[in-house]
Every structure is written in C-alpha cells, then in structure tokens.
Design a protein around this ligand. Structure first.
Ligand SMILES: [Zn+2]
Length: 278
C-alpha cells in the first residue's frame, strides 16, 4: 500500500451495546464443554478522515430496526458526525463490509455518497437465497432495495478480491460470515496499518482461540478469514480492530464523545491510530 496520509485518522464510533451470551455468539458453543456466561457486544461504525475527505465504513443499524430487535442505539452517523467536526455531506464514500441490518441501516442518510462493496455480497442479498429464514433474519428488505436503487443511480462500486479505494486504503474480500464479507486495511500516519475486520472478526477471541462466530454463510471461508487476519496481525505495526468487541475500547485510546452526551446515551469514540496496549 502507498504511504500514509499524515492527517489520516481512523475512528471507531460505538453507537450501541447489549449483553448476550457466549452460547448465542459462538458456533456450537457446547463443543467447548464450558459453562455459558454473559457476553458484552458493542455496535460500531468506523470513520476514516484525511486530507482527501471522509469515508465511512458501515453505518450501524437504523433505530427502528434496532427497536424491533430490542437493540438500543445511541446515535446514527448523521447525528454523531457533527460532534466529530464532520459535516455528513462531506462523506464521499461508504464502504459496506457486508449486508447485515446492523451495518447498512443508515446508508439512506448519505444520498450522494458512493457505496463500495463486493460483487458477491451484492449478488447474494439481491438473490432468492437471501429470503431463506437464516439469512433473512439478518437483513432488512428496504435497505437492500436502497442498495439496488443506488446502483441504478450509478453510486455503487462492486469488486471481487481486492479494491484499492484510495492511497493507503485497501479492501479485501474474505467471505465466511457472509458470502462477500470484506475487511479494510488502512495505513495510518505512524506508518502502521489498522485492519478494520468488521464482522470477519466480531470478537478477538474468534482468532485468538480459533472459535467461529455463530452467524455464518461458509465455515471454511470463515476459518480462512481468521487465518488471513492472524497473518496480517503478525506484520509489524498492524493492528486488528474487531467489529463488535468491547476490548477495542481498551486496546486503543479513547478519543472522546460525539453526538448525544451524558449518562446512558453517551457515544464513545476510539482513536484506532493510537494503540494503548497490544
Ligand atoms: Zn454481520
């Protein structure tokens, strides 16, 4: 990848949280012979800001589809970005890591942004297979329809394999969790690389203990994605950012708050360009 933009920041915005269980989150948890336990799950979207503009990686879930699933959201990107000094109109592109409801729910807030996702992901969610219950549970039809409309408006870039989105921002298709799940590798100002794994790695434990996540499209591909991420993590200066793990907020440095503030509604922002511990 090319050199880092010296002004580049990569931020994780935590917009939601819930308590679930290990048995619900890990595939066939019973095979590990461990007692079940509560598990905290965070919900994030990510912001890449540099001299070239602002790119969002995913958009979180829409408050109404969250409410239907009894998930509380604290903010949406359009609400939170001004708190980071970003005008939502300045978002030029949205990387869609995959088509699940908790990642594409607020794409509609950015009617002019270019959308970038894999061909396999787009093809799957617009196919009849996506109607089958185990897939349909994780998608919102109107949000998929919005992607199709954006494509007719020529706002969608589809790719297979790898896509160099901008200097130092590379997208890689890994599949597994969904048919065309992607990860984003972003070179940072210190010369390191932040790998936004999104749902190729919900929790660090998936890679660190080789435990697949419960929701998946292709188990061999999911294992290969873990191998890809583990390999990337051995590169000097490369840091993995799990997609739903509260550990992100302790492994990296806090950036402050954005959007609504105060008590339970506080939105936490983490600076992924500054690791605290690793
Ligand atoms: Zn997902």
């Amino acid at each position: 990848m090319s050199a880092a933009d010296p002004a580049r920041e990569v931020l994780a915005v935590k917009y939601g949280h819930r308590v679930t269980t290990r048995a619900e989150m890990y595939l066939n948890f019973h095979i590990y012979g461990e007692p079940d336990a509560d598990l905290d799950i965070d919900y994030y979207f990510w912001v890449i800001r540099d001299s070239g503009g602002v790119i969002l990686v995913d958009t979180g879930f829409a408050p109404e589809s969250g409410a239907r699933r009894r998930r509380q959201s604290r903010t949406t990107p359009a609400e939170a970005l001004p708190g980071l000094g970003i005008d939502p109109d300045d978002v030029t592109a949205i990387v869609i890591t995959h088509g699940h409801w908790d990642h594409i729910g607020n794409v509609r807030q950015f009617p002019r942004a270019q959308l970038v996702l894999t061909e396999a992901e787009y093809a799957f969610w617009t196919s009849p297979l996506a109607e089958r219950e185990h897939f349909a549970a994780h998608r919102e039809p109107d949000e998929i329809a919005l992607l199709a409309r954006a494509r007719m408006e020529d706002r969608v870039t589809l790719f297979t394999g790898r896509c160099g989105l901008a200097p130092g921002i590379e997208l890689t298709e890994v599949g597994g969790h969904t048919p065309g799940q992607l990860i984003a590798s972003v070179t940072t100002r210190d010369g390191g690389t932040v790998v936004l794994a999104s749902d190729a790695l919900h929790f660090y434990e998936e890679v660190e203990r080789d435990r697949p996540f419960a929701i998946l499209a292709d188990l061999p591909a999911m294992y290969r994605a873990y191998d890809t991420l583990a390999q990337l993590a051995t590169q000097p200066g490369t840091r993995l950012v799990a997609g739903h793990d509260p550990l992100v907020r302790t492994r990296f440095t806090g950036y402050g708050t954005a959007g609504r503030t105060g008590a339970a509604s506080e939105v936490e922002v983490t600076d992924l360009t500054s690791p605290r511990t690793w």
